[in-house]
Design a protein. Structure first.
Lengths: 147, 178, 654
């Protein structure tokens, strides 16, 4: 094998290894950062990723929002029509947050069953609900109709 | 020649994925409602601009009626308004306007400005009834038959096409094995 | 004023675009010079017609013609005049018309400023651009007509979404589209080259200025979007790896690889296929981005209202344009790499690394953006990909690129030696390592990654400046050739960006607080004192305006007045943050919500963001570098008169 060919081969090998490593790291990072979307019904039925951060979506149940007196802590209930989950959040809620509104909360489920959110999102258009939330509501309705 | 075909092949795979994606997206807006063929959620709500008066699902038994969820804050409701008005003009079906998550003054003002096509307007102030109906976006329209069963639901802006192909034909089907 | 004229003008533009797409192309194969000459006229007429159409829509907004549905949906009688202009492109239909306008302008520019290109090649470039335009015009006319009437006419408009009533909306979309759409020119050049079976590499030289200008615009367009999100959304964030953002970032990544690859192909003849493929990909990604954002396929907090039927059209268009060009590539791309080979340690190698890094980055962003769709399509659940995925890979891929950059700048074509190169860069290397170490020692909280980032940024800046210094020493003059100045500017911009990014990633402080009038909070050496709120009236909104006094030690630094606005028409609530900008830090305050009935207590966000302006400052440098490079006189030299051998044109007496 000529020196040029050898050098070419090494070069190509390095490239393949580099791209390969990137791909592996990418898949790893993807898996770690996949945020599953979970509905209150899923939480009830226990089919959720354990100990990992996930997204909880649904409607903010009416008359369920309560704020602490002296801090930013707020508690509310998220429902999909069939089941509900208590959510606690310490921070500033988005402008479009209101009762009856569809929201997505990011956080973790705690051992005592409540959802500790570190982020709450609502879309910038009252007419729209993230499709995942819409989907969950549909599924919940399905559960209800089978009772 | 061989290696140069890879970009094209890769793109073809991408297109397949995107086509599937479109189908899914389409499905999201045309979701079959689990409420179809189920009894209409019971409600008993105050009538807009008529303090003291209420209307319930019971009093609506015996005829077809349309429940149209809307709000003065809802942009698309304004867009579908001409269609609702046109439908009302046909006098083919009793139309119940369900004003939800709204202030009465705003609702009255909205109807005053654009016109009131509803046979009756009800107030679902906190949106509980909308949640019972599984409403997750405004506007949404439900067709209920004389026995109190939901036979059709439309999510989003009502178009005359939908009225002609989905609503009017169903009105013709009376007493079909209910 | 009949807006229907706007519609008619669009139809006429469509016909012109069809002519532009067909006639010159046919002319290049039959040798009919009159057909070929049609290209210029058609391009200019099309531009005029689209301008008329756009002008009519704009005037409908200015006079507030609420009988036009699009105007009624996006404007309001209280809307200030300057926003009536930007409201034109605030929603789907109008923004598409802006796309088409910018495309028409680019096409006209190509028609006017490329007279020196060989006739046949030029005609094909314009014809390809004509076809691109046909697709967009069809799309607008068939599915997204902004001129529809509302009957009966609306008495009052629904108002522009308050989030969009802002300076950012006035400039961000037009500049962004200048970039997006501008890549269509590089695309057209590549397709024309493939059609003609160009073996010469002149086509690359001709396409460079166009590509550089488009790239520069895209850079500043993206930066503006980031800056806009920062001050408008009120959370202090500037980049979220949101699908809409990714849709603009992918073309930029590929575009960056492209401008570098073009340099290699022009100068050395290598990377011919890379350059072709990158040119095709950049615009393809622009189109893909348009599809993703407007079809409802992806969820995003700021996607346009989704419409799957429109999605079908765009996808079909995408499949045709991209599929067609890639097929052409598969069939026609030259089998041999022209030009010389190169050694392991050479300028070509470093630029190859560059190509690879940016391409892999784009692929990685694409994967992350489409992954939720893939999982959903497989029925495996609904997921979203968290930002850390993108952040991690972006950071790691930056490493080889940043390391290679200053070395690559100093390297020679074809063959160079490691020891010589090391000798050239050892001072910048030592200096940047020293800087990084000093920063790390003085501020350990910065963490290793950010310290490395600052080292990298300094390395890039110093390495670039050293090169210029060495160059001047050698040539013994103070005059820096335009191309080298341009390159240096852009690379320095990258370094500035890296430093800003590193600093703000780990050193920014943020606090959400409950504050009552009289409360104080200390952060990063500053004291924030809340003085309470009062009601203020705007042209189309009412606001609660808070007053904050910020002091450092005894000195008052600034007073900030964040607002919580309620817009009259739609009742939207909006946060208007208050920022004290600075070269070395931003102080940022925004109101959350009132925490009690009296409105005395408020939820408040307070931020200290060091060096955040460097992120956008870096992109301004890149913009300058790109524009300067495009202005290089070399591109305006007379083109060779001889046609490449492989074209089949016959000379026909006119």
């Amino acid at each position: 094998m000529t020196p040029t060919r050898k050098r070419r081969l090494i070069g190509i090998l390095i490239i393949i290894i580099g791209v390969g490593i990137s791909a592996v790291v990418a898949m790893q990072a993807l898996n770690e950062n996949m945020l599953f979307f979970v509905s209150p019904t899923d939480v009830e039925e226990q089919s959720l990723p354990v100990g990992k951060r996930f997204r909880l979506g649904g409607l903010v149940a009416v008359e369920s929002v309560s704020r602490a007196e002296d801090s930013l802590a707020v508690a509310f209930v998220v429902t999909d029509g069939a089941h509900s989950v208590d959510v606690r959040f310490d921070g500033i809620l988005p402008d479009l947050f209101r009762e009856g509104q569809g929201i997505i909360a990011l956080g973790e489920l705690k051992p005592d069953g409540h959802f500790e959110a570190d982020e709450v999102l609502a879309k910038h258009d009252e007419n729209y609900m993230p499709p995942e939330v819409a989907d969950a509501l549909e599924k919940a309705g399905h559960v209800e109709s089978e009772q | 020649m061989n290696s140069r075909i890879f970009p094209l092949l890769g793109f073809a795979l991408l297109v397949v994925l995107l086509v599937v994606g479109l189908k899914i997206a389409d499905r999201k807006t045309n979701l079959p409602s689990p409420l179809i063929d189920k009894p209409v959620p019971v409600f008993d709500l105050p009538v807009l601009a008529s303090p003291g008066q209420t209307m319930s699902t019971e009093s609506l038994l015996g005829k077809f009626y349309l429940v149209n969820f809307w709000g003065s804050w809802c942009v698309t409701c304004r867009a579908e308004h001409p269609v609702v008005t046109q439908l009302a003009g046909l006098n083919a079906v009793y139309i119940v306007g369900m004003n939800f998550r709204d202030e009465s003054e705003d609702a009255i003002a909205w109807l005053g400005r654009w016109g009131d096509p509803y046979d009756v307007s009800l107030i679902d102030y906190d949106g509980r009834v909308s949640i019972d109906f599984g409403v997750y976006a405004a506007p949404e329209t439900f067709l209920v038959d004389p026995s109190g069963t939901i036979v059709f639901k439309h999510l989003g802006q009502l178009t005359w096409d939908i009225v002609e192909t989905e609503i009017l034909p169903r009105l013709a089907n009376t007493e079909l094995g209910s | 004023m009949t807006v229907e004229l706007g519609q008619i003008s669009l139809l006429a533009a469509l016909l012109t675009a069809l002519v532009l797409g067909l006639v010159p192309m046919i002319g290049t194969y039959t040798g009919n010079r009159r057909f070929i000459a049609v290209s210029t006229t058609a391009a200019l007429i099309q531009c005029l017609l689209v301008m008329i159409s756009f002008g009519i829509l704009t005037s409908a907004f200015i006079v507030q013609d609420f009988s036009v549905e699009y105007v009624a949906r996006n404007s309001n009688s209280l809307l200030p005049m300057h926003y009536r202009f930007s409201a034109v492109w605030s929603a789907h239909e109008g923004s598409l018309l802006l796309w088409e306008l910018i495309l028409a302008v680019w096409i006209a520019a190509v028609a006017l400023f490329s007279k020196r290109l060989p006739e046949i090649f030029r005609a094909r470039v314009l014809a390809v651009l004509g076809w691109v335009s046909v697709g967009f015009l069809l799309f607008i006319i068939l599915t997204s007509n902004p001129f529809g009437r509302l009957i009966p006419s609306a008495v009052e408009g629904l108002d522009l979404n308050p989030l969009l009533q802002d300076f950012g909306l006035i400039i961000h979309p037009p500049l962004l589209y200048m970039g997006y759409v501008g890549f269509s020119v590089a695309f057209a050049f590549a397709v024309a080259a493939l059609l003609g079976g160009e073996v010469s590499r002149d086509w690359v030289r001709w396409s460079r200025p166009w590509t550089l200008v488009a790239w520069a615009f895209l850079t500043i367009g993206i930066a503006l979007g980031s800056w806009w999100a920062y001050y408008e959304l009120g959370w202090g964030g500037y980049w979220f790896w949101d699908p809409v953002e990714n849709a603009s970032f992918m073309p930029w990544l590929v575009g960056t690889a492209l401008i570098h690859s073009q340099a290699v192909t022009e100068k050395r003849g290598a990377f011919g296929n890379w350059t072709l493929l990158l040119a095709l990909s950049a615009f393809s990604l622009s189109l893909l981005g348009t599809f993703l954002v407007r079809s409802g396929v992806l969820t995003s907090v700021h996607a346009f209202a989704s419409d799957p039927t429109r999605g079908v059209f765009i996808l079909a268009y995408l499949a045709l344009v991209v599929g067609g060009s890639l097929t052409l590539y598969a069939i026609r791309a030259p089998k041999m790499i022209q030009g010389g080979g190169f050694a392991g340690m050479s300028r070509e190698t470093f630029l190859l690394v560059n190509n690879l890094v940016f391409t892999v980055m784009a692929a990685m962003v694409l994967t992350g953006t489409l992954y939720p769709l893939l999982i959903d399509a497989l029925g495996a659940g609904k997921i979203s990909v968290g930002p850390p995925y993108f952040g991690l890979l972006f950071t790691w891929l930056l490493v080889p690129m940043v390391i290679a950059l200053p070395i690559g700048i100093n390297s020679r074509w074809q063959q160079d030696s490691g020891s010589r190169l090391f000798g050239m860069v050892r001072w910048p290397l030592l200096a940047s390592l020293a800087i990084g170490t000093v920063v790390w020692i003085m501020q350990p909280s910065i963490g290793f990654v950010s310290a490395a980032g600052i080292t990298g940024g300094a390395w890039v800046i110093l390495g670039s400046l050293f090169y210029v210094g060495q160059f001047q020493l050698k040539k013994k003059s103070f005059r820096i050739p335009g191309s080298i100045l341009a390159m240096t500017l852009a690379h320095v911009g990258l370094g500035v960006f890296l430093i800003g990014l590193s600093m703000v990633s780990t050193l920014s402080t943020e606090k959400h607080l409950r504050m009552e009038a009289g409360d104080k909070y200390q952060m990063a050496g500053y004291t924030f004192e809340f003085l309470g709120t009062k009601i203020v009236q705007g042209p189309n909104y009412t606001a609660n305006e808070g007053e904050f006094v910020i002091t450092k030690g005894d000195q008052e630094v600034t007073r900030l007045y964040p607002q919580k606005r309620e817009y009259a028409q739609r009742g939207n609530i909006m946060t208007e943050a208050a920022i004290d900008p600075g070269l070395t830090r931003d102080l940022y305050v925004s109101l959350g919500e009132p925490l009690d009935q009296s409105g005395r207590a408020w939820a408040v966000r307070v931020y200290h963001k060091p060096f955040i302006r460097w992120i956008w400052l870096g992109s301004i440098f890149m913009l300058a570098g790109g524009m300067l490079a495009a202005a290089n006189k070399r591109y305006r030299r007379k083109m060779p008169a001889t046609e490449p051998v492989t074209t089949k044109a016959k000379e026909v007496a006119a």
